[in-house]
Design a binder for this molecule. Sequence first.
Ligand code: FES
Length: 373
Amino acid sequence: MTAEQQTAEAGRSRRDVFDTDTDFDSAADEPSRFDLVSEALRRDGVEILHYEPRFPVPGTKEENRVVRLIAGVFLLAGLASLAFVAVFIFWPWEYEHGGLDNPSKWYTPLLGITMGIAFLGVGVGVTLWAKKILPEEIAVQDRHDGPSAEDERQLTAASLAQMGEDSGLGRRPFLRNAILAGLAPLGLVAIVPLGALLKNPHGDGDPLLHTGFDRKNNGGKPVRLVHQDGEPIRPEDISVGGQLTVFPGIPGGATNKYADSPTLLIHLREADAAQARKSAIPENRGSQWGNYVAYSKVCTHVGCPPSLYEGQTNKLLCPCHQSQFLITDNAVPVFGPATRRLPQLPIELDDEGYFVAKSDYKEPIGPAFWERP
Ligand code: FES
């Protein structure tokens, strides 16, 4: 059959192929696969009104151009996926102060850009494929219920095989390989972030159990409680009933590097301080200095900063979900979703009269984690 005949054969309306009122005899007719497909559809109440391959004559320049275009788009998606993986693993991600000349500022945007290009590439590739390679087809179907007969299943199998051939992947290995090369790295995009779960959270100094107030951050000496600007704090800096957010007095102590360390230093009234001292549980005994107490400012619910201190009732309110902690009773939760008390930081004064931490917190701060319900 010549190319022109192929074109004419493929392009003619399939309404002419079968008379839908005539019984189909596969043995007698020796039909082609397309005929079987049409018959299968007819039995399903689907009639093909128009069917026309995009490239009836294979291997034309136009077809090759379209194949190269789609292959290029899928390969671009694959490269973007690999770039995502490379950025995720190798790009500096730890927060640092500074402008956009700081590479860490580009970590999240680069992840978004590379992942966006990857998904966009796959989307554009699939769309181009459907628009430029899959045959043009118009079919109508009457809906009906009921199971399919055995012969209809065979016809369906033939239909699926025809779809596979129509997709062009069988005779276009370059396109098929390009799609595989594009999609395989995209799978990595979904899997690679799970690699972060492989890291031992208790390795590297066990960060879940140490904050910036650990003496090892200060050459073994007690760590001062300081303002955000690093100024140390004396008792007279806080009036009675007042409170102050303090940070560990070490380099970077007020940065995200020590995001678990913000602490609320509270100056209790005389009677409230006595009550706090009296109700101290064993872990908290000796943590109070005079009328001053210091509690973690990381909520034990999901980590918001409870900082709304009501001096009259000595309750500390977390603004996120309204948990309330009673400061005169070991900061136990008395309202809201939090179920654990806030950890207390043991404090005292150093030789120069500034507040220091006697030790690090004695328990992990913040919300629960899998080993600490
Ligand atoms: Fe504090 Fe939810 S984070 S109540």
